[in-house]
Design a protein around this ligand. Sequence first.
Ligand SMILES: Cc1ncc(COP(=O)(O)O)c(C=O)c1O
Length: 461
Amino acid sequence: MDNLLVNDRTEEILKQDEHLVHSFSDLHSLQAAGARTVISQAEGAYVFNEQGERYLDGMAGLWCVNVGHGRREISSAVAEQLNTLDYFSTFYNLTHPSAAQLAEKIATMAPGSLNRVYFGNSGSVANDTAVRVLHHYFNRLGHPRKKKILSRIGAYHGSTHLAIAMTTPAYREGWDSAEELVHFLSSPCPYYRPDNMSEPEFADFLIDEMVRDIEKIGADRIACFIAEPIMGAGGVLVPPQGYHQHAAAVCAEYEIKTISDEVVTAFGRLGHMFASNDVFGIQPDVICTAKGLSSGYQPISATIFSDEIYEVIAGSGDRFLHGMTYSGHPACCAAALANIAIIENDKICEHVLEVGPRFEASLKSLSDLPIVGDVRGSHFMIGIEFVQNKDTRRPFDDEIAIGMRVSQKAQDRGLIVRPLGAMIVLSPPLILTVTQIDEIAGILRESIVSVLDDLAKAKLL
Ligand SMILES: Cc1ncc(COP(=O)(O)O)c(C=O)c1O
């Protein structure tokens, strides 16, 4: 980074940070130990801490900085927007240019008749909006009992009261949620499928379960099925071949609407603007997206509905009773438009399609290490699962915190990855070069070997 400013204020910042409530953190330990790293600058695929130390950002922030850090086209577009129109709402019959332009742009990119866009400021809100609107859709059609949501064990759909209810129960242990609305189907994780099943049999097993549960609950009580094309925070779970298409067919048969949660998978992460149709061959009724929509430069999400849903909720004598002050915020829309222009002009999807397989292959090459049980995912969305015994797939005890150990070793070597139970997850900026890909694989190999040494010394293997 040419203009790196080093003025180490770590101590002062950590003191101020005592007032900050950190998401998904162990607040008790954090209170005792404080935050570990203060990241204060970023450029390309790298972030820098207060001491000026450089880290490869293996998570693209939080699965979001798709075009990489420091893109002046986006920050300039935001500044220009704020200087022209800092804020106005899209309530009632008002609008402004950047919200209208972005809505049209998204409609042209989204598959099929997904032409109607509602903006929010997070993936959680996008998913909440989808369910609120579908509930209302069925009310309008005279089916007020159609309210339940089918979700899956392992899913992550966000943290608002409703989104966390649709999220796998492990993410809300001891916390309340609107769980009475949600029915969970089995996780589609092939690695932990029942022993005797082939992958096609596993797909059939999951679909049979879906049909059985729909029949049991009654389709007249189920509004929608929400699914990430590839589960992210649940452990980068790629479902068995054909699963999404079969699930969509079942939903169509039972008149259950499908929501594709593309908060992570859209805007190039799998090599396409949207993965639902281009990668998995499905046409959802609603797509929810966020993160890569602005590459995280501004908080914006989109809930994209089919024309058919829109026509029903736009019927006469009704109002769209849903709205947030920052829905379609001009600066967020400007950031998203500039970001989409970069994805298109820099041919980011093409780059991901070209080098994504190399990323997958170089991480898969770690499979020779004795604790690497599974390397899974697709293109720029990969998870590595560690197991105590590869033959039996016996997991590590939670106390060993194996994912955290590997991620800390990687961080010591200049790479940020996300620990997730017995896994680490990688979801880097989509601009990664082949050299950086090789660097990541090298650092991870060294880190895992070093953890192996530690475990052997502590007789934990
Ligand atoms: C698939 C998926 N859906 C929804 C969300 C929630 O998005 P947000 O954190 O912006 O509310 C996330 C966040 O990681 C996600 O991965």
